[in-house]
Ligand binder design. Sequence first.
Ligand SMILES: Nc1nc2c(ncn2[C@@H]2O[C@H](COP(=O)(O)OP(=O)(O)OP(=O)(O)O)[C@@H](O)[C@H]2O)c(=O)[nH]1
Length: 307
Amino acid sequence: MGFFDRISQGLQRSRDKFKEEMNVLLDRGPDLDEEFWDGLEETLILADIGGAAACDIVENLRDQATRKALPDAYAVLDMLNDQIADTFTQGGQEILGGDPACVLFVGINGTGKTTTVGKLSKEAHDAGRKVILGSADTFRAAAIEQLEVWARRADVEMVTRERGADPASVCYDTIERAEAEDADLVLIDTAGRLHTSADLMRELAKVVNVVRKRSKLPVYTVLVIDATTGQNGLQQAREFNRELELDALIVTKLDGTAKGGIALAVSHELELPIIKIGVGEGLDDLRDFDAHEFARALVGAFDQRQA
Ligand SMILES: Nc1nc2c(ncn2[C@@H]2O[C@H](COP(=O)(O)OP(=O)(O)OP(=O)(O)O)[C@@H](O)[C@H]2O)c(=O)[nH]1
């Protein structure tokens, strides 16, 4: 299944919710009055796109409606997809695009870090890259085993220590091994932690700093967020960004959520690019992110003239 079909299927619930709200708004007629603009902003906020992004989108559409003398709400909605796509922060190609890199994956418990690292290792290995995995999630024994399964499946090496070991030292060992083996992609899984726990966040900051100091490869810190958590994902992202100065996002579980708009809220507010999205548990359910296709899947092609 192609990117669009997969993401379109995944975001069906988000799209249905958005369409329902839009139809209520359009029932009163297609006039471009204050009620329409306020209603559009509210509908975008209800789609979990976030207040800041919704406000920017509506402001830009209003501006275009005036400049291009758009006749009605339908003409505005024709431009909505492009406007949403342009609201995502762009970039991040250097992280997983093929250049040598060391990437740390962080996030709260259960967002899909280990699964994502596993899928990425297979993808990179299949593309002919020399990959080393580091399992610094020494808190959860099952995480080490889970990543070991992926490492075997992908035929890549993995470095870890026993459960309870210092995660910073696992990172140290991983980088050492990567240098000895001349690896060009180092992927490090870290233990999930609540963004509200100051101690755990400080411990993670220490791990990230060790890697930043020690690695000769460029180091990137990527937050993995679970789309089903909705607005809480934004709060998580703010805290992780404050502590760790993130470089990018991976948004997982976009299959079957009515809260897919959170991807835009976080990318826009924190000015972080989305470098991959997860649309299922299977091996090929981690996809490159395409802002235009995502926008189309999130709100649909809006030909409501026939609605
Ligand atoms: N539906 C769906 N499930 C996913 C996706 N990504 C990961 N999962 C599932 O989410 C669950 C948690 O994934 P893990 O990779 O163990 O999460 P984690 O972040 O490493 O967890 P901790 O180490 O406890 O923080 C697993 O059952 C995964 O199969 C996705 O894109 N869609």
